[in-house]
Write a protein that binds this ligand. Structure first.
Ligand code: HEM
Length: 721
């Protein structure tokens, strides 16, 4: 098709919005039917018996129905992703709320209100496809925008920096994180010798180590984590003027984390925790939402930031370059088929559209090669873009031909350019002004295999991150380092790492080292080692609130939060009903949890339906616990070890716990004498059965849940849960 006609088709789709991709996918979809056929369309009369020589005789090779079925089954697995293998995806749309015409000519970023269909895949990095969701790891946050000018992929993470500065180290990094090659352990964990050996010898990892040891690495939900494009990219406007740009996704529900003990337990109790959470939120119409934010920097100002924008181990503090909100991402449809969509989707940071371009970040530059290369073996050939989930919604045409599983039937005699035979007149795409134009960046000679000295500062931003954390977050980081390094068997590796940490913060390093059976951290020891650079930039700020999960963006209310209501026979439901109603109105859900399924009799003789048992939905599956009154119910709960454990564990994980009337007896089992009699404990509410005050208790309960966790709680260490 001539170029101008194709362009006409692209532009004529205004208003097509988010539906374009769904319509396209539907043309490839099929529901189940009763009539069975072979892949050749021949009706199968019997799907229970193979063709045999006599009813008790051997099966016959001739049985093409059996052979076809077994053969297809034998080949139905594809290789998992070499990294980011474990993931979950969803469809949705991106809506622009502010025109970016000033900065970029990208079509989908011009008109406020324009909607672009998207497919998003969240993932963990290190684990295999079947590993648990809640392991300590970076989370992938990959967004494919099906724009009218072609697919644009923003393939980012939930942390704004990365471990390494140059893609040539990526295979080493991943080999160090993945299970050790001799025995294949551990799965989906950094807590082993090879990761920390590598990290300790590569001080450039230090900033990212701070992030991955923080609560960011154990998100409560994909819906409650930020996303970042990580690298610096470029926006180019219609006049050819470029700005550097950093991408941010800000979750509507705030940024929240699990507790490490909880994350480990969930990994066993429900390895699909994040996948299920995403799926269920969409099923229930609570569509996950993020704002798209941008940090835009004039090219001429980049040099004055004090660090190199091309270094992916650095971020731009939001206080220095504010994040401009320009749109929203809404996920509103679950995939129809995990394999066809979530598994076969092929993201690529090199999928850009006119108006968006790369920077020379050497990590990004390596990524531009890696993804298609990897997908050639993962998805089996050069026609990956023809898989329904990967197709653009705009027309495409070129003279690429053939290859495995080619679906397009290219017509005509001509498969080359330039030509005069395709349309009868000369056609040549050469030096044209339309379509994608690479930014004409001036490149400095000479060709050289060296790291830029502007990448040398490995510690000042790690210190900024540390200084920006709340006291509770600092405790979690120290505990995470201690846990991970305690799993490292070689003492010299532990030592090397804490010596590096001494360059971030002396107290941090000392605290981490305390229980590890090693010497006091020595910053001078780190100084002599390879990879160490004695360079520290003076940053214009000591604290950045946006780096703390307890700082800005910690809100989000209680929408979609889950409350467990612990009951036994004789439960008093008066106050419970009021609280349940209030929770529902606030968008939270409550579930009745008891020792057995079926019903329990209430104190007024009614039947209360039970949703879950203590065993099948333990406290780690919920955000808060409510224990209603009723003398008989409370007595039974106190005698039930599972119920006691439930309350203890919720307390230990700093969740909101509310007890009403006699339900307070369960609180006494916490072994925290002060809880009832002493000063109020954050997030522990004690209410009465009586009608007055029920509505207020409900509101206090909701306000406490909205705080997510109550980190500064007494006696947590004393609780054995
Ligand atoms: C800032 C650094 C990086 C980020 C944010 C990042 C992000 C991601 C994400 C989100 C995915 C999963 C995509 C999906 O859901 O299908 C992914 C996959 C992958 N990444 Fe990266 N990555 C980074 C660095 C690298 C580097 C340096 C390389 C190689 C040089 C690389 C190679 C790959 C490969 C091969 C895959 C699997 C692709 C596939 O099979 O579909 N990544 N990456």
């Amino acid at each position: 098709m001539p170029q101008s006609k194709q362009d006409g088709q692209r532009k004529s789709k205004i208003g097509d919005g988010a539906a374009a991709k769904q319509r396209q996918l539907e043309s490839f979809s099929q529901g189940p039917e009763n009539l069975l056929t072979t892949n050749q369309g021949v009706v199968i009369p019997d799907n229970h018996n193979s063709l045999k020589a006599g009813v008790r005789g051997p099966s016959l090779l001739e049985d093409f129905i059996l052979r076809e079925k077994i053969t297809h089954f034998d080949h139905e697995r594809i290789p998992e992703r070499v990294v980011y293998a474990r993931g979950a995806g969803a469809h949705g749309y991106f809506e622009l709320t502010r025109s970016l015409v000033e900065y970029t000519r990208a079509d989908f970023l011009q008109e406020p209100g324009a909607r672009t269909p998207v497919f998003v895949r969240f993932s963990t990095v290190a684990g295999a496809r079947g590993s648990a969701d809640t392991v300590r790891d970076v989370r992938g946050f990959a967004v494919k925008f099906y724009t009218r000018e072609g697919n644009y992929d923003l393939v980012g993470n939930n942390m704004p920096v990365f471990f390494i500065q140059d893609a040539i180290k990526y295979p080493d990094l991943i080999h160090a994180i993945k299970p050790e090659p001799h025995h294949g352990m551990p799965q989906a964990a950094t807590a082993h010798d090879t990761f920390w050996d590598f990290a300790s010898l590569m001080p450039e990892t230090t900033h990212m180590l701070m992030w991955i040891m923080s609560d960011r690495a154990i998100p409560r939900s994909y819906r409650m984590m930020e996303g970042f494009g990580v690298h610096t990219f470029r926006f180019i406007n219609a006049k050819g003027v470029a700005h550097f740009v950093k991408f941010h996704w800000k979750p509507k529900l705030g940024k929240h984390a699990l507790v490490w003990d909880e994350a480990q337990k969930i990994a066993g109790k429900d390895p699909d925790f994040h996948r299920r959470d995403l799926w269920e939120a969409i099923v229930h119409g609570s569509f996950p939402e993020w704002e798209l934010g941008l940090q835009l920097i004039e090219e001429s100002k980049a040099g004055s930031l004090g660090f190199d924008l091309l270094d992916a181990t650095k971020l731009i503090p939001e206080e220095i370059v504010p994040v401009l909100t320009v749109g929203k991402l809404v996920l509103n449809r679950n995939p129809d088929n995990f394999h066809a969509e979530t598994e076969q989707v092929a993201f690529h940071p090199g999928h850009v559209v006119p108006g968006i371009d790369f920077s020379s970040d050497p990590l990004l530059q390596g990524r531009l090669f890696s993804y298609t290369d990897s997908q050639l073996s993962r998805l089996g050939g050069a026609n990956v873009h023809e898989l329904p989930i990967n197709r653009s919604v705009c027309p495409l045409h070129n003279f690429q031909r053939d290859g495995m599983h080619r679906m397009l039937v290219n017509k005509g005699q001509v498969a080359y350019e330039p030509n005069s035979l395709a349309s009868g007149s000369e056609s040549r795409a050469d030096g044209g002004q339309q379509g994608f134009q690479s930014y004409s960046e001036a490149v400095e000679p000479p060709k050289i295999r060296r790291r830029s000295p502007s990448f040398d500062d490995h510690f000042s931003q790690a210190s900024l991150f540390w200084n920006s954390q709340s006291p509770a977050e600092k405790e979690h980081i120290i505990a995470a380092f201690q846990f991970e390094l305690s799993k490292v068997e070689v003492l010299a590796v532990r030592q090397r790492l804490v010596d590096n940490l001494a360059h971030v913060d002396a107290k941090l390093a000392r605290k981490v080292a305390e229980p590890l059976g090693i010497a006091v951290p020595d910053p001078k020891a780190a100084a002599g080692r390879s990879g160490f650079r004695d360079v520290r930039t003076k940053l214009p700020l000591e604290v950045s609130a946006a780096l703390s999960m307890e700082g800005a963006g910690n809100g989000g209310g209680v929408a979609t939060r889950k409350v467990a209501v612990l009951v036994a026979a004789g439960v008093e439901v008066g106050a419970l009903r009021v609280i349940q109603q209030a929770l529902q109105e606030a968008g939270a859900t409550s579930r009745i949890v008891a020792a057995h399924l079926g019903f329990v009799a209430t104190s007024s003789g009614q039947q209360l339906a039970v949703d879950h048992t203590f065993a099948n939905m333990p406290s780690v599956m919920f955000d808060a616990v409510l224990v209603p009154g009723g003398a008989a119910s409370a007595e039974s709960l106190v005698r039930d070890g599972d119920a006691v454990h439930y309350a203890l564990e919720a307390y230990k994980h700093c969740k909101t716990v509310c007890v009403i009337g006699e339900g307070v007896q369960l609180l006494r089992t916490l072994g925290v004498a002060a809880v009832e009699a002493g000063p109020a404990v954050a997030g522990v509410l004690i209410g009465k059965n009586d009608p007055p005050g029920r509505a207020q208790l409900a509101q206090e309960f909701i306000a406490a849940i909205a705080k997510h966790r109550h980190w500064m709680r007494p006696n947590i260490e004393a609780i054995p849960a």
